[in-house]
Design a protein around this ligand. Structure first.
Ligand SMILES: O=C(O)CCC(=O)C(=O)O
Length: 258
């Protein structure tokens, strides 16, 4: 099954929309894709900055930066400086309005990084981004609302060839991982520059293979409820004083002191 249920950003009206359809889809599936969310030129700037110091050694099939997390797949930390320190990136009005619906009004920005799959990267293992909040009570997993959401932003046009993210609809309501998960219907998340997709931290997913000859950079960041501390990710967002001063007053609540 691979029914594409992308929402068009221009069909969302942040101030007045009730987001009824988006809320329903996210609640049922555990993920959502939005097309045309960001200006393409802006994403090109983010891409240039994210890849500035990255050297891809084709012979050795390695990157000079980041942590290898799976076969030919790296996570690279991104410093929170320009051009990422821009409200157009971290406080997109449509995303903000959706996050308020899903996470309540006190969410924060808590990570920033880039997953780079190299040519020949194979399927990543299926995983969720965090344990259940109350691991000893797995029956609670499917009942409470999300505590954290990962947002993924393609830095190149992502398609079935260079590496969609495989995701299992409804799996945010299950725990532990079902050994048969691979055989269950999955959706392939991908999209051109300007699109974005996001998933509940509980939703099972996996980076797909990269059959192309080029690296596939996927920028990601997360919004979490303010009380949640993601102790698993190596890329917790750090913002220094100078960068904090550049944050407009209205967005400072996204960056509480740690
Ligand atoms: O590469 C992707 O599409 C997703 C990667 C991912 O989920 C991870 O590295 O945890």
């Amino acid at each position: 099954m691979n029914v594409d249920v992308a929402v068009k950003a221009d069909s969302l009206i942040p101030k007045t929309s009730t987001f009824a359809i988006e809320k329903h889809l996210f609640e049922v599936q555990g993920y959502l894709k939005i097309e045309n969310l960001f200006a393409k030129e802006f994403i090109q700037q983010l891409k240039a900055a994210a890849l500035k110091n990255i050297d891809f050694d084709r012979e050795a099939m390695t990157l000079n930066h980041g942590t290898q997390v799976a076969h030919r797949r790296y996570i690279v930390n991104i410093p929170f400086t320009s051009p990422f320190n821009d409200a157009a990136f971290y406080a997109n009005p449509t995303l903000m309005a959706l996050m308020r619906e899903f996470l309540g009004s006190h969410f924060i920005l808590s990570s920033l990084g880039c997953v780079i799959s190299l040519p020949g990267a194979t399927d990543q293992h299926v995983h969720a981004d965090y344990y259940p909040l109350f691991e000893e009570r797995p029956n609670l997993v499917g009942i409470h609302p999300p505590f954290a959401i990962t947002v993924a932003v393609p830095l190149v046009d992502i398609d079935l060839l260079n590496g969609p993210t495989r995701i299992w609809p409804g799996s945010h309501k299950t725990y532990p991982i079902d050994q048969k998960m691979e055989s269950y219907p999955q959706h392939l998340l991908h999209g051109p520059i300007g699109s974005c997709y996001f998933w509940d931290y509980r939703t099972f997913h996996a980076g797909g293979p990269n059959f192309s000859d080029e690296i596939r950079p996927l920028l990601y960041f997360s919004y979490t409820r303010r009380w949640f501390k993601d102790s698993l990710n190596p890329d917790r967002l750090a913002i220094d004083k100078q960068e904090y001063q550049k944050i407009p007053e209205e967005h400072r609540k996204l960056f509480p002191p740690s």
